[in-house]
Write a protein that binds this ligand. Structure first.
Ligand SMILES: Cc1cc2nc3c(=O)[nH]c(=O)nc-3n(C[C@H](O)[C@H](O)[C@H](O)COP(=O)(O)OP(=O)(O)OC[C@H]3O[C@@H](n4cnc5c(N)ncnc54)[C@H](O)[C@@H]3O)c2cc1C
Length: 388
């Protein structure tokens, strides 16, 4: 016997974006159901490095990160449960030739209201005495920023959504999108049929497959990213700031006694998201250790703890796609291009506004609309695209 379940809005995917959207819709009294093929945080979210910073090179990204930060720093009151936000301070290091772009970005951040400052290499040395600082003159500093725990964050949002009436089905894979007369009417899954006039694609690295089920053509690829944990030697001290380091194409942040490290280069596109994520790719840890030791020479005495990988969806301009696409009632919230954890609270809120009110008011997300690719309006910030 097959049953049809009816709801107001169906969300495909229980990552941080599906959970955030469910929370914001449920908060507004909408009957929402999340369909997740595995479990909450099974995709990119569960592998995310969880950096929470506002330093971006476009207005829309910085605003989404800043609005989201209001959640991270006040999580218990705003959402409930735990997101594990830890304030470490954030340093953005750039090469000398990128100094003008850095200054322009920090000025833009300050206009938004973000606590962001230009500091000298000597200031970086004062904040992090173990860092090598002779290859740059200035950096951006965000004293409030840090990192959060992505799985906890997604689970907290989903729990808060369920408390407000949302429904979650795990182990439920969407295999078809039903369309009648140009309008979405529901989805087919391996657990039966679900009817709703609105369906939102939050399927992460698999969003392209879901788009195809709805006949939607948006340029979306998969992006593979490896990270490792190293055990810090005691001479570095109990902690250090969170850092993005353009000259070394590296980022790192503390987590207890460990330091989490990722690289901006060597992130392959176009792989199946079913690839092995329990291990990093061959050669990754060697490259990452070399770069980390160039920035923090005392890490020579550290020890490799573990390494793993993850897959996200990526677009040609390395920015997400948010908004209506294809048949009436079909929306996309995907292509987060390796930086979509920290922006998820505000993105969920904006998309809820777009769906329910016809317009996002918290942040103008129209530059991220799906139509930009066909119109040739790709997003270009003050820096080069981060991933290679
Ligand atoms: C290793 C790594 C490190 C990262 N570090 C950072 C960082 O430091 N800071 C930051 O801001 N961002 C970071 N990111 C990016 C960020 O984690 C992602 O942009 C974000 O988690 C994407 O969330 P999502 O909900 O769109 O996708 P996902 O978390 O991938 O969730 C999509 C969900 O959809 C489900 N799904 C797919 N297809 C179907 C279907 N047909 N039916 C039902 N369910 C389906 C999947 O099982 C999955 O759970 C990182 C990403 C990776 C991989």
């Amino acid at each position: 016997m097959t049953m049809t379940h009816t709801t107001d809005i169906l969300i495909i995917g229980g990552g941080i974006h599906g959970a955030s959207l469910a929370f914001h819709l449920a908060e507004r009294g909408v009957k929402v159901t999340v369909l997740e093929r595995q479990f909450i945080g099974a995709g990119a979210t569960g592998r995310s490095s969880g950096l929470v910073r506002m330093h971006y090179d476009t207005d829309v990204d910085s605003r989404l990160a800043w609005e989201s930060f209001q959640y991270f720093r006040n999580w218990k009151a705003r959402v409930g449960g735990e997101c594990g936000f830890t304030r470490t301070g954030f340093i953005q290091i750039v090469a000398r030739e990128q100094e003008a772009a850095l200054r322009a970005n920090v000025e833009m951040h300050q206009q938004i209201g973000i606590p962001a400052f230009i500091i000298t290499a000597a200031d970086v040395k004062r904040l992090a005495p173990s860092f090598y600082t002779d290859d740059f003159d200035v950096a951006a500093y965000e004293p409030e920023s840090g990192y959060a725990m992505p799985s906890d964050t997604a689970n907290a949002l989903m729990t808060a959504a369920r408390v407000r009436g949302a429904r979650l089905l795990q182990g439920c894979m969407v295999i078809g999108v039903q369309i009648t007369g140009g309008k979405v009417t529901g989805v087919d899954t391996d657990q039966g049929t679900f009817s709703a006039p609105v369906v939102v694609n939050c399927a992460g690295a698999r969003a392209n497959v879901v788009n195809q089920l709805a006949g939607v053509d948006i340029p979306l690829d998969t992006w593979r990213h490896d990270t490792m944990f190293v055990l810090r030697p005691p001479e570095i001290g109990p902690t250090h700031p969170t850092v993005i380091d353009f000259p070394k194409e590296l980022y790192f942040r503390p987590e207890g006694e460990l330091t989490l490290v990722g690289l901006e280069d060597g992130n392959p596109l176009g792989e199946s998201p079913d690839g092995d994520t329990d291990h990093a790719k061959k050669g990754f840890t060697e490259r990452a250790i070399d770069r980390l030791c160039e920035r923090v020479p005392a890490m020579e005495n550290g020890r490799l703890h573990s390494a793993h990988g993850g897959y996200d969806g990526i677009t040609p301009d390395q920015h997400p796609v948010l908004g209506a696409a294809g048949p009436e009632g079909f929306y996309v919230d995907c292509g987060h291009s390796g930086t979509g954890f920290k922006t998820a609270p505000a993105v969920g809120r904006c998309l809820a506004e777009l769906i329910l009110d016809g317009e996002a008011k918290t942040v103008d997300i129209s530059p991220l609309a799906p139509g930009r690719f066909a119109e040739g309006k790709l997003i270009q910030g003050n820096y080069e695209n981060i991933w290679r």
